[in-house]
Design a protein around this ligand. Structure first.
Ligand SMILES: Cc1cc2nc3c(=O)[nH]c(=O)nc-3n(C[C@H](O)[C@H](O)[C@H](O)COP(=O)(O)OP(=O)(O)OC[C@H]3O[C@@H](n4cnc5c(N)ncnc54)[C@H](O)[C@@H]3O)c2cc1C
Length: 227
C-alpha cells in the first residue's frame, strides 16, 4: 500500500487560526495575518479543536494519492461523502499483464488458503483475458474481477471531514486495510498540521469509547498514531 500526501493548503494551521480569529476581531484579515505568532496560532487551533468550533478546519484541504489497495477498501472509502474522488477506471483500463491483487494477512498466513486464493484469482483473471480476447468490453469483463483487485484512487478531504474519518477508520473496529490506510494518512497530515491533528484518531483517545458491546480488549494508544 502506498499513501502519499500530494497537495495541501499552504500554512494550514495559520489558515485555521485566521478563520477563528476573524470571528472575534474588529480588524481585517491582512492585519490579523501580520499579528499572528506561531504561539498564538497553536493556542487558537487547540481552542477550536477542543471547543468543537470545527467549521474553521473546513478551510484547509488535503489531497492523497493512494495505490496498492483493494476495491474492497475503496468501496468503504467512498462512503465518506464530504470528499472528492477519482479512481482508476475498470472501463478504460484493461487489467491485462498489469493485473495485481491484495491478499489479506489472514490468508497470507495460511498456506493452504493462500494456494486456493491465488488459484481462484488466477482462474478469474484468465477468464477475464479470454472475455477481452472474444471482444467483450472491459466494462463487462470486469464483472468477474474480485474485491481483491488492486486499484488507485486520489482523494481530497477538508480538515473537518478528515478528523471525522480518522475517528471512524483509525478505530480497532474498522476493517484492517482501511485502518492501515487511515493511520498512514493521519501520520502524513500530522507532519504538516501537527496541532490540528494532535488528538485525531479513534474516539477513545479523547474520551469514552462509543462502541458499546463492540468495545475492543486492547484500545489503541496515542503513540500508535505518532509520526
Ligand atoms: C466500523 C464500521 C463498520 C461499518 N459497517 C457498515 C455496514 O455494515 N454497512 C454499511 O452500509 N455501512 C457500514 N459502514 C459505513 C458507515 O455506515 C458510513 O457510511 C461511513 O462510515 C461514512 O461515514 P459517515 O456517514 O459518518 O460520514 P461521511 O459521509 O464521512 O460524512 C461526514 C458527516 O457529515 C454528515 N452528513 C453527511 N451526509 C449527510 C446527509 N446526507 N445527511 C445528514 N448528515 C450528513 C454526518 O454528520 C456525517 O457523519 C461502517 C463504517 C464503520 C466505520
Amino acid at each position: 500500500m502506498k499513501v502519499s500526501l500530494i497537495r495541501y493548503t499552504p500554512e494550514p494551521e495559520k489558515t485555521v487560526a485566521l478563520a477563528a480569529k476573524l470571528c472575534y476581531s474588529p480588524v481585517g484579515v491582512d492585519e490579523l495575518s501580520d499579528e499572528l505568532s506561531r504561539e498564538q496560532i497553536e493556542k487558537l487551533v487547540r481552542f477550536v479543536i477542543k471547543s468543537g468550533h470545527h467549521s474553521t478546519v473546513e478551510h484547509i484541504s488535503f489531497t492523497f494519492a493512494i495505490e496498492g489497495v483493494s476495491r474492497a477498501l475503496t468501496h468503504q472509502l467512498v462512503r465518506h461523502r464530504i470528499a472528492s474522488y477519482n479512481q482508476q477506471s475498470q472501463r478504460y483500463v484493461k487489467l491485462g499483464d498489469n493485473f495485481e491483487y491484495i491478499t489479506p494477512h489472514s490468508i497470507l498466513d495460511d498456506r493452504e488458503s493462500k494456494k486456493k486464493y491465488d488459484k481462484l484469482i488466477s482462474d478469474m483473471h484468465s477468464l477475464y483475458i479470454e472475455f477481452l480476447d472474444r471482444g467483450i468490453e472491459a466494462e463487462d469483463a470486469r464483472y468477474i474481477l474480485p474485491n481483491a483487485t488492486e486499484t488507485k484512487i486520489i482523494v481530497s478531504m477538508n480538515g473537518r471531514e478528515l478528523l471525522h474519518f480518522f475517528t471512524l477508520r483509525c478505530c480497532n473496529r474498522a476493517q484492517w486495510e482501511i485502518r492501515e490506510m487511515a493511520i498512514k494518512m493521519l501520520k502524513l497530515v500530522k507532519k504538516v498540521a501537527p496541532v490540528v491533528f494532535e488528538t485525531a484518531g479513534p474516539a477513545c483517545l479523547r474520551g469514552r469509547c462509543p462502541e458499546g458491546k463492540y468495545i475492543c480488549d486492547e484500545p489503541p494508544k496515542a503513540s500508535d498514531f505518532d509520526v
